[in-house]
Design a protein around this ligand. Sequence first.
Ligand SMILES: NC(=O)c1ccc[n+]([C@@H]2O[C@H](COP(=O)([O-])OP(=O)(O)OC[C@H]3O[C@@H](n4cnc5c(N)ncnc54)[C@H](OP(=O)(O)O)[C@@H]3O)[C@@H](O)[C@H]2O)c1
Length: 266
Amino acid sequence: MQIPAFGLGTFRLKGQQVLDAVSNGLALGYRHVDTAQIYGNEAEVGQAIADSGVPRGELFVTTKIWTDSFAGDKLIPSLKESLRKLRLEQVDLTLIHWPSPGDALPVAEYLGALAEARAQGLTAALGVSNFTIAHLQQAIAAVGAAEIATNQIEIHPFLQNRKVAAFCREHGIHLTAYMPLAYGKVMQEPVIQRIADAHGASPAQVALAWGLQQGYAVIPSSTKRENLAANLKAQALKLSEAEMAEIAKLDRNERIASPDFAPKWD
Ligand SMILES: NC(=O)c1ccc[n+]([C@@H]2O[C@H](COP(=O)([O-])OP(=O)(O)OC[C@H]3O[C@@H](n4cnc5c(N)ncnc54)[C@H](OP(=O)(O)O)[C@@H]3O)[C@@H](O)[C@H]2O)c1
């Protein structure tokens, strides 16, 4: 199973906005859609997918289990509810959205429940999100590195997350970069703007190409059809080693997603 390198994010998008974003995205050629139970938009994502006419076999759909459904007896029912909303028999990938807040539940319990969900055919693959090295070590001990399809974490030029990325690389765990545009902040960065100008590209495309060139999947979101279309074209942009090195220097540990229940970051 390979995670398509370019996906469509849906965080914050609700109602008509998410219907439009997913419909436009699928029409433009996106084939990987990222949702989550907590986004409150699985039903609209499911509707947009159903209305699109894109054959199920061409689509890659990810959802994420929210922290209140991690217990052994809750995870599978919650995923069945996600499938009902998404109008799917199986999702391609199900992630543990965050490590259990305060580590109230052991990683082995909720990853074990997710592995059982996979055994029942509810999801084709399993993975994790916002996992630190310590949590990844527990995940590897619980299910084995080869079973972890991805660790979806915040990665953009201002938060390159190098320690976790190196650990994942060492253990052969794929990475998905969420908030790859730093929620729009990359647009104002002069170095990225200059590199973009040199390629006749946009700063968003440069940030996405930078992630793709490191082997990460990227899942930008946009409410605008023209931005969705332009972002997809980042796949054709190739940055030089010197440009990659310049962007590497922009790392400033600027984390955008860090709710009060977040783990102790590496
Ligand atoms: N696992 C997790 O805990 C987690 C956490 C956060 C996010 N995620 C996932 O990652 C996805 C991406 O993150 P995100 O949506 O927060 O942030 P993002 O993709 O980094 O940035 C989205 C923002 O960038 C703007 N934008 C997009 N394309 C643009 C372009 N070409 N030019 C100018 N502005 C552009 C969008 O505005 P417009 O709408 O105006 O285009 C929007 O404000 C989420 O949707 C979600 O699926 C996962």
